[in-house]
Design a protein around this ligand. Sequence first.
Ligand code: SAM
Ligand code: SF4
Ligand code: F3S
Length: 437
Amino acid sequence: MKKRFHIETFGCQMNKGDSDLMAHSLETAGFERAQGIDDADVLVFNTCSVRSHAEERALARIRSARRNARALVAVAGCMAQRLGDALVADGTADLVVGPYQSPRIGPVVAARIEGRGERAYLSQAPEDFAGRLDPAAAARRDEIPFHKWVTITHGCCNFCSYCIVPYVRGKLISFPSDAIVRYVEQCVEGGATEISLLGQNVNQYGMDSGDIPFHRLLERVAGVEGILRVNFLTSHPMDFHDDIVRVAADHGTISRSVHLPLQSGSDRMLALMNRKYTMARYAEILEHLDRALPDHAVSTDLIVGFPGETDDDYRLTLDAVRRFRFDEAFMYAYSPREGTPSFTMKEDLDRAHKLERLRRLIDIQRAISREKLLARIDRSEELIVEGRSRRSPGEYRGRTYLNHPAVLPGGPGDVGRKVRIVIKEVRGSTLYGERSV
Ligand code: SAM
Ligand code: SF4
Ligand code: F3S
């Protein structure tokens, strides 16, 4: 009988993409998916290190999963890279596998089960990327059967002063554009209609390798025959140029949702964070988007309580949120990460104070998100149908081109297809629509 694996994923979309590659690698090595923790022979936790809370959550989950005492526990992803052997030494993991090694996890786990091989795979050598754009992985049906995550760059060289990512995921490495386009074509041949191009700063694609710039890659992928939607994330304001907007405006297959993390509304904080843009530049980008890309959405990330953030700096972030009226924002209290430049900066705020700033920001943004959703009522929008609605039996759900979740009447034949709806209602953060032609 085949041994079974179960994967749990924490963190960002890059980890979701890596988890799909790990599932592929494990299946190729002769494993099959388990129903859950209790019937698995191998438990894989693909972890995140971005905030200390992310690590604490993963560690608590791994310890509780140890109730299945016979399973081999593999800790993968960014926390595996950061803590390495220590996770084996303290009994948390039987095996640690860093993010570079995700596509190789199958043979590594198989060897470990037989008592062979190492207990830690943490090398960050470029040759460890073999298997990332494997045609057999392109043909796989993942969690959403018609959608594929496609990592175009690994790592990051921006060194924002608060961020652990450059240390755990290594330097920026762009995969070759011809291989990416071929992989996307293979995904589409395998039944995918939606692709998400992934990188910590996709706009820096090709800068390390001298390959084509990001907007050219986006254009090539958007033109692949049979593709219905191309999403791309994350964009960095420092490298977000008008060419990208022009390509998006020229291609109906490119998502109308731009994720453009601002982090703070204070230029003083942006400089301390080493973000390399100002509020004026950020505003200029949004003005250009308004002029050149009709009907789009902008989402962002914001951090409050960065070391040295005064009441005035914080107020500038609140002002920015009111001024820019983001469709959505992911908001965080600053979490000091050992090894990053800001770790040694003096913190003036305790955790409770940071959380108070966060709560107020969330309240303001939430009201704006809701107003923006209500403004969609009576508008006609296209979406791609993902599957049956979990909350509304008999209905289907999907995401619009502005990346809003939506529910509509439908049938199984709609899954993976583009459908036009007119928005009739907003419930929570979901749009409800009727089909139109
Ligand atoms: N590469 C993207 C960028 O440049 O914006 C995002 C990377 S990070 C994985 C996702 C978000 O986590 C960041 O945009 C930032 O808002 C937040 N973040 C990163 N480090 C953090 C820290 N030490 N404390 C709080 N939030 C943090
Ligand atoms: Fe972290 Fe900055 Fe790189 Fe984003 S761009 S991953 S925030 S260092
Ligand atoms: Fe977390 Fe690693 Fe992503 S630290 S946010 S999983 S790149």
